[in-house]
Design a binder for this molecule. Structure first.
Ligand code: MG
Length: 445
């Protein structure tokens, strides 16, 4: 099964696969039974706007009810809206049916803890054991759970809107990409007192306008709309809106690392220090600005559940990934696309600066990413530890230099090693990337 890779059901983002082929109603039913067995009580279930989402959501709900737990069907919602609902209500767990940014034929199922956080790795492993053992709770005919309908988007929108207070009335273009954010983000911007122009803002699981993954290359319409409407900001979400990426007032894409650094700087400054948690693959610009403000960066392995987990352990003021997934712990310890809009607007409001001006204050680095074949993952990791004892080995090896770094990371699902390099000049980053490639080749022969 493709889902999760290497024969495991759960990958770094729950269970993913092609809908009705790999991710079937039977699989969804048994995942519903799994969560009902592990977290009996009330379980909220939401889905994104994909064509297969209703089919899978109904199967999950049935599975849950067969264990004696109640299913609360909250309909189409962004992942953070479902997570916030689980956190704020008396639900024991949540399930989100979404394939996030994956192509339209995919779908996915992810479990949520009582506190609204994604399941941690060890919880996914426990879920997998229960799923495979098929030792599900089975309720008697009179004790099967019930299905209730509710809405989670209103609760979420209110919480986001109440968390910031803007003086200025901004003009904002929101590109929902026909995903779940259609139901929340335009409304958030409107209730923040801003003028909102929304594009691709009807839910459509065929994703007719653009790929569900928002990238510099597929946001042409958003960039044009920002300029045409003379807007202050453009924002685009992935399919389930746990991520947000931004376009400045000139219609230029602002790198996700730059936005991560801007928010990290803002939070550390506001808190007078503190910890920021981010994966080891994140740009050095984050560490630069956090240190400048008297804070500290703690690096984790790649994956949002581990970032969130370490944020709790370190009592972090802020955290996030360099792909538009920002975590605002005072609200919800999970990536949150809707809150990202509110906080960027707050930053622009408080500083009186345009997004292009704010972005220009972040140190500039150049990045090169690539991959090379790697058949012996174990040997690579072992030799990297021996050869570079000073490097950060939390996820592969990140070797830091004065003017850049290189990360060598064997893939968990494919026979390749990923190489990320970052440097202060284009020449330096090429050198560092080559250094990474040579190192892998030398080790593997
Ligand atoms: Mg997502």
């Amino acid at each position: 099964m493709r889902v999760g890779g290497s024969g495991e059901l759960f990958g770094t983002n729950g269970v993913r696969g092609i809908a009705n082929e790999e991710l079937t109603p039977e699989l969804a039913l048994n995942l519903g039974r799994t969560i009902g067995t592990l977290r009996p009580g009330k379980i909220a279930v939401a889905c994104d706007a994909r064509i297969s989402s209703s089919m899978l959501k109904c199967a999950v709900c049935s599975g849950i009810m067969s264990t004696g737990s109640d299913s609360i069907d909250v309909g189409i919602a962004p992942t953070p809206a479902l997570q916030f609902y689980v956190k704020e209500t008396d639900c024991n767990a949540g399930v989100i049916v979404t394939a996030s940014h994956n192509p339209r034929e995919y779908n996915g199922i992810k479990f949520v803890q009582e506190n609204g956080m994604e399941f941690f790795r060890e919880m996914d492993e426990e879920s997998e054991r229960v799923y495979k053992s098929k030792k599900f709770r089975v309720a008697s005919w009179s004790e099967v759970g019930q299905l209730y309908d509710d809405d989670c988007n209103e609760l979420y929108i209110n919480a986001v809107v109440e968390s910031v207070d803007l003086d200025k009335k901004f003009r904002v273009v929101v590109d929902c990409g026909n995903g779940a954010s259609c139901l929340t983000s335009p409304e958030i911007v409107k209730r923040l007192g801003c003028d909102v122009y929304s594009i691709n803002s009807h839910p459509d699981g065929r994703f007719p306008a653009r790929d569900p993954e928002p990238t510099d290359n597929n946001l042409t319409l958003l960039k044009k709309a920002v300029v045409d409407f003379n807007a202050d900001l453009g924002v685009a979400h992935d399919g389930d809106a746990d991520r947000a990426v931004f376009v400045d007032e000139n219609g230029n894409f602002v790198g996700e690392d730059v936005v991560l650094a801007l928010m990290a700087k803002y939070y550390v400054k506001k808190s007078g220090g503190g910890v920021v948690v981010t994966p080891v693959s994140s740009s050095k610009c984050v560490e630069d600005v956090v240190k400048m403000e008297g804070g500290e960066v703690v690096y984790t392995a790649v994956g949002s559940p581990i970032v969130a987990k370490v944020m709790i352990e370190k009592d972090a003021v802020f955290g996030g990934e360099g792909n538009g997934g920002l975590i605002f712990p005072e609200h919800l310890v999970a990536r949150d696309g809707g809150m990202s809009i509110a906080k960027i607007l707050q930053l622009m409001d408080e500083t009186g600066k345009k997004l292009s001006e704010l972005a220009a204050e972040i140190p500039k680095y150049y990045i090169v990413k690539g991959k090379i074949p790697c058949k012996d993952k174990k040997k690579l990791l072992h030799e990297l530890k021996k050869e570079f004892p000073e490097a950060n080995h939390i996820d592969g090896a990140r070797i830091d230099f004065e003017d850049g770094w290189v990360l060598i990371r064997p893939s968990g699902t494919e026979p390749i090693a990923r190489i990320f390099a970052e440097g202060t000049t284009t020449k330096r980053v090429e050198e560092l990337y080559e250094f990474g490639v040579k190192t892998v080749k030398k080790i593997l022969g």
